[in-house]
Design a protein around this ligand. Sequence first.
Ligand SMILES: CC(C)(COP(=O)(O)OP(=O)(O)OC[C@H]1O[C@@H](n2cnc3c(N)ncnc32)[C@H](O)[C@@H]1OP(=O)(O)O)[C@@H](O)C(=O)NCCC(=O)NCCS
Length: 182
Amino acid sequence: MKFKPQKAVLKNGREVLLRHVEVSDAQRVIDFVHGFVYDSEYVPLSEGEFNPTIAEEEQILSNYVERTNSLFLVAEIDGKLVANINVDGNQRKILRHTAVFGMGMHKEWQSCGLGTAILSAAIDWGRKNPELEILFLQVYADNEAGIALYQKMGFVEHGRIPNFFKQNGRYHDEISMHLSVK
Ligand SMILES: CC(C)(COP(=O)(O)OP(=O)(O)OC[C@H]1O[C@@H](n2cnc3c(N)ncnc32)[C@H](O)[C@@H]1OP(=O)(O)O)[C@@H](O)C(=O)NCCC(=O)NCCS
């Protein structure tokens, strides 16, 4: 289902454009992810693990464009990508009403309301999507901002796996959360 571009105003007064990614954004998305992924404490990717070619990234983005139960939103401020959320609708028939999502943003934009803006837009889209019924996620148990955001949006915890993430010699528990968008 298509996403209609929309604007939101952050706590610091800056205007952000929320829009669906396009295949032609592939290089910008790669650069954007490189700009935050390795210094985000709570993203389970090690240095050097995110290395798609442009052709591979174009294929990934075109899947989001084509799959009616999936979404890849980007947030732009002054024409620069600053945050994204990818909602991966399951492609199996029995699970097509479910989607798992992940999100990230550049550090300097954290705690300004950007997470709230982009996640609200994705949830609204999920509620209007005739296929989707359940959104779910996995989060580091010590990611206070992430968990606060998800709880604020109505997500409820349904499970925890101890020592799920093993990062730089340190273990972190995992929390699973879900939201009904039926
Ligand atoms: C987690 C993340 C998505 C949250 O987005 P954000 O834009 O920083 O969050 P918001 O500013 O919209 O704040 C949402 C809520 O989180 C809480 N919060 C925000 N910053 C916080 C902080 N530094 N510490 C604790 N709680 C915080 C507040 O309750 C806030 O609600 P309020 O604005 O109504 O008070 C973002 O910080 C991020 O991408 N972090 C790095 C990568 C990551 O953790 N991704 C998620 C993986 S599951």
